[in-house]
Design a protein around this ligand. Structure first.
Ligand code: GRG
Length: 292
């Protein structure tokens, strides 16, 4: 297998090419401002973690990345819309994202709301644009809709908002928020790739996605608490300022690092049992190492 960084760059190149093609297919007649805001939100600065997980899982299971082009794009569009809406004044109220102004700050609040809506609609247009749709692909698309929706990411965001006004700061509430708000959209591309390659290792990959998603969110908490604006590309220390229920609040900084380690070890144990060709194991290592 190629070196991890080379392989990641190869996946990024493929993603950016398919993204450019999709963005250039936006209707010429649509208002420029909405197309500019959509492109601004989805282009540049993102790590593309979810598409990379989709491609890597697909290849690990014997598929070709072209089998999941639309799934990977749609998930990144959904992820981008969620960031645009999360940054709005009525939600997390952040002026910065990916090292630049957040979309509503750049284009105004109304266009920010509409750009998020348009990205979500476009995600499903992309999903439905695939030729030769199989039953496996339909199952994959259902998982994307479900995991991003009220029973997944949106539900988790609601729990997160409610937690700001609550005195509860228990592990179970935290887990419900993290699994739904973050881990489901990390798990969706992995399970989508399993579905299109015949449902291989579905249950094990679901477990892997949950652990990886929890690890991802806990390291994000640590970076918010200990990182700088330059390092994280957005305003740091907001969780504490807004009384967010985070892993640091529940377990303390050392406890959160310990939880990150537990999730990391669980994720690694699962992925090593599957016939991983090395990339996802290395990906899991990198995810763990990014904590401050
Ligand atoms: C508004 C419906 C709605 C949902 C919002 C995504 C989200 C739910 C909230 C954003 C805040 C947050 C802490 C989300 C957890 C997931 C997370 C760490 C997102 C950032 O994802 P990265 O690091 O971002 O993959 P890039 O910029 O690399 O794409």
């Amino acid at each position: 297998m190629l070196d991890f960084n080379d392989k990641y760059s190869e996946y990024l190149r493929y993603f950016e090419e398919s993204l450019d093609k999709k963005l250039s297919s936006l209707y010429k007649t649509a208002p420029s401002v909405i197309k500019d805001a959509m492109a601004y939100a989805v282009e540049g600065g993102g790590k593309r973690v979810r598409p990379v997980l989709c491609y890597a899982t697909c290849e690990m299971l014997g598929g070709n990345i072209t089998d999941v082009t639309e799934l990977a794009l749609a998930i990144e569009f959904i992820h981008s819309y969620s960031l645009v809406h999360d940054d709005l004044p009525s939600m997390d109220n952040d002026d910065y994202r990916r090292g630049k102004f957040s979309t509503h700050k750049q284009f105004g609040e109304a266009i920010g709301v509409l750009a998020g809506d348009a990205l979500l609609n476009f995600a499903f247009e992309i999903l439905l644009s695939k030729k030769d749709i199989t039953d496996g692909y339909i199952n994959a698309a259902k998982i994307v809709a479900d995991y991003a929706g009220y029973g997944g990411m949106i539900g988790g965001q609601v729990l997160d908002l409610l937690s700001e006004k609550s005195v509860r700061s228990d592990e179970k509430t935290l887990y419900d928020i993290y699994i739904n708000k973050t881990a489901k959209l990390i798990t969706a591309p992995i399970l989508a790739a399993s579905c299109v390659t015949g449902g291989k290792h579905f249950d094990a990959l679901k477990e892997y996605g949950s652990d990886l998603g929890l690890l991802f969110q806990i390291t994000d908490d640590l970076m918010d608490a200990f990182g700088t604006k330059e390092e994280i590309g957005k305003t740091p220390h907001k969780d504490e300022a807004e009384n967010k229920l985070t892993s640091i609040k529940v377990f303390g900084a050392d406890g959160a690092k310990e939880k990150a380690r537990e999730c990391y070890l669980n994720a690694k144990a699962v992925i090593e049992k599957i016939d991983d060709i090395g990339f996802l194991t290395a990906f899991t290592d990198k995810m763990f190492q990014r904590r401050s």
